[in-house]
Ligand binder design. Structure first.
Ligand SMILES: [Zn+2]
Length: 148
């Protein structure tokens, strides 16, 4: 319900629209200018046709700016996608591949100690199932038997 997401989305749309127009319009202008430039260079004198050349160069700059604006318009969405979709996937994949223990520390999480508590506990072994429990455990983490 905040205003910023809408404003950001609208400005991004403007960037995409204007960038697309610059890209297409610049391509047309560069093509026309380039065609005139090379046609004049071939058919007439060897004098450079600066007018046509600058038209072509201006069109090329418009294309470049259009590409830049398209990049700016999609950058936010891309970075959000990467942060929201790719990174958790990578993290989960690393955890899966490493069986939750991490590969060279990659994928290791703060919760590993709690998750692997039964293996890191320093207390007594359960007489029923052999799972090692915490010093103050009253019931076995593995089978639930009383540790008393
Ligand atoms: Zn047990």
């Amino acid at each position: 319900m905040t205003r910023s997401p809408y404003d950001t989305r609208r400005s991004r749309t403007v960037l995409l629209v204007v960038g697309s127009l610059l890209l297409v319009g610049g391509a047309v202008i560069a093509y026309l200018g380039g065609r005139d430039f090379f046609a004049a260079a071939n058919m007439e004198s060897m004098d450079p046709q600066f007018g046509s050349f600058f038209t072509m160069a201006g069109g090329a700059f418009m294309v470049i700016f259009g590409i830049g604006m398209l990049n700016a318009g999609t950058l936010g969405a891309q970075s959000r996608y990467v942060a929201g979709e790719t990174m958790p996937t990578v993290k989960k994949s690393a955890e899966y591949l490493s069986d939750g223990r991490g590969i060279m520390g990659v994928g290791r999480t703060v919760d590993d100690g709690a998750a692997a508590g039964t293996q890191r506990a320093s207390g007594p072994f359960c007489r029923a199932c052999g799972t090692r429990n915490d010093e103050d455990a009253r019931f076995c983490d593995g089978c639930g038997a009383s540790m008393a």
